[in-house]
Design a protein around this ligand. Structure first.
Ligand code: HEC
Ligand code: HEC
Ligand code: HEC
Ligand code: HEC
Ligand code: HEC
Ligand code: HEC
Ligand code: HEC
Length: 266
């Protein structure tokens, strides 16, 4: 991942040199031979088509590229600072302070390529870098040392994630995604990886288990009149307590009521 800009740059140099040579030799004495227009250079140097969303910038390389320093986050932020939809969603609200863009948002991959590749390890790297930049005084250096040792030692074993990812506090960005209503705690990485929420080797406990309430939270309606008036009657279990999910439910679906069948809502 880290290497690709260098690899790309090397390939580009070859391409540019070869391209220029090709043009010069195939049009000997032709108009403009050897002296390429700015536009021609741009075309040859282009590592790949821009994404569809940015295609309108194909004649404005400078919107993103600053000479010498290259692509600067500030150039991106000029156009994207006020995107409410990302700032308001919990997992992407980090955009308000991230100050670094191209690790996750690729360019020049062609117009049908997805422009976003979420990389959790990048979050740690950017965080550490920001911390390093601020670590001028000794107090900050202490903090830096601490962080470095955390990443070396790592938090308790999280089999599914990298040591970089282990420094992240998953719940700050994902507590709204918690299917378990906090019953499993806030350390999502104890069980989850970062590339998908499903866990291939997970096998649900047997349908004859009576421990349902350990892992499942009933909906609010089960703690209201609705429970005795509707749920318990529908299930034919007038005396059941809310915690006895297994008396009324099965593991196939919450709407598959035991001994009753599929319950159609409203
Ligand atoms: C929407 C923003 C955007 C526009 C517009 C854009 N680029 Fe880029 N370009 C990038 C990004 C992002 C990279 C990857 C650089 C990185 O990872 O820091 C890149 C990389 C490159 C590279 C590889 C070398 C480098 O600087 O890393 C070249 C060469 C390049 N662009 C040329 C062009 C040319 C020529 C144009 C105009 C036709 C153009 N780009 C327009 C965003 C843009
Ligand atoms: C000149 C303004 C401008 C600049 C500079 C710019 N963008 Fe954009 N960008 C846009 C516009 C306009 C869209 C399309 C908006 C839309 O569809 O809602 C867009 C779309 C996007 C999208 C969404 C793509 C999609 O699939 O819908 C991402 C991500 C993005 N830009 C990131 C970046 C990054 C990273 C940079 C810097 C390398 C950058 N932009 C530079 C104007 C800009
Ligand atoms: C750690 C990875 C990461 C970094 C760094 C990052 N982004 Fe994003 N960005 C994302 C993800 C993930 C999304 C959500 C994409 C989705 O839902 O399809 C997103 C969404 C966006 C969108 C909205 C795209 C859309 O589909 O509407 C824009 C615009 C954007 N980012 C711009 C930026 C800019 C500008 C920066 C730098 C200041 C930046 N991003 C830094 C991961 C990142
Ligand atoms: C700074 C915010 C942030 C932190 C911290 C964070 N994530 Fe994410 N995570 C995201 C974003 C952004 C996405 C992209 C999907 C989206 O926009 O909802 C994502 C996606 C995911 C996905 C879904 C992947 C997919 O493609 O379906 C999983 C699983 C995940 N994260 C797990 C974790 C775990 C485990 C941790 C802790 C080690 C963690 N995340 C820490 C922001 C974060
Ligand atoms: C003790 C282990 C454990 C912890 C901790 C945990 N989960 Fe889960 N989670 C699971 C298991 C097991 C599944 C079922 C996976 C499956 O069906 O493949 C699951 C499923 C999910 C799913 C649904 C996956 C799907 O698409 O079917 C989401 C979303 C989810 N968890 C989010 C979270 C979040 C967010 C956190 C942290 C706040 C968290 N989990 C903490 C074990 C855990
Ligand atoms: C050891 C923990 C555990 C026990 C015990 C348990 N479950 Fe689950 N169950 C899960 C996890 C994790 C998931 C996947 C995440 C989610 O959807 O909540 C799940 C998913 C389900 C689903 C699918 C939800 C959906 O919408 O796809 C149903 C229905 C279900 N369980 C019912 C039950 C019933 C009924 C019992 C008792 C007989 C029970 N579970 C016992 C952990 C458990
Ligand atoms: C006395 C029987 C009974 C018990 C005990 C019971 N439920 Fe239910 N539950 C129902 C019935 C019937 C429905 C469908 C009709 C309704 O919403 O009342 C239902 C609906 C649900 C739904 C779907 C709600 C929705 O909005 O889609 C969930 C989730 C659920 N129950 C979880 C649980 C959990 C978790 C427990 C145990 C902690 C539990 N239930 C205990 C009878 C019961």
């Amino acid at each position: 991942m880290k290497l690709w800009p260098q690899i790309l740059a090397a390939a580009l140099v070859t391409l540019v040199l070869f391209g220029a040579f090709y043009l010069a030799s195939s049009h000997p004495g032709g108009e403009g031979a050897g002296v390429l227009s700015k536009a021609a250079w741009q075309r040859m140097a282009l590592p790949g088509e821009l994404s569809q969303a940015h295609a309108f910038l194909s004649h404005n390389c400078a919107a993103c590229h600053t000479s010498v320093t290259g692509v600067q986050p500030a150039n991106c932020i000029v156009c994207h600072a006020n995107d409410e939809s990302i700032l308001q969603r919990q997992p992407t609200s980090f955009h308000s302070s991230i100050g670094s863009c191209t690790e996750c948002h690729l360019e020049h991959q062609g117009s049908d390529h997805r422009q976003t590749e979420m990389d959790h390890a990048v979050l740690t790297r950017i965080g550490l870098r920001q911390l390093n930049e601020k670590a001028a005084d000794s107090e900050q250096k202490l903090l830096r040392g601490q962080l470095a040792s955390w990443s070396a030692i790592g938090k308790p074993p999280h089999a599914r994630i990298s040591s970089d990812e282990a420094l992240l506090n998953c719940a700050t960005c994902h507590s709204n995604d918690d299917r378990h209503f906090k019953l499993f705690g806030q350390d999502c990485a104890q069980c989850h990886a970062t590339d998908r929420w499903t866990i291939p080797e997970f096998q649900h406990p047997s349908p004859s288990s009576t421990d349902c309430a350990q892992c499942h939270q009933a909906p609010p309606s089960h703690y209201m009149m609705h429970f005795k008036m509707i749920s318990a009657r529908v299930a034919g279990q007038p005396h059941a307590d809310v915690t006895q999910c297994f008396l009324c439910h099965q593991t196939t679906s919450w709407n598959d009521i035991r001994n009753v069948g599929w319950y159609k809502h409203h």
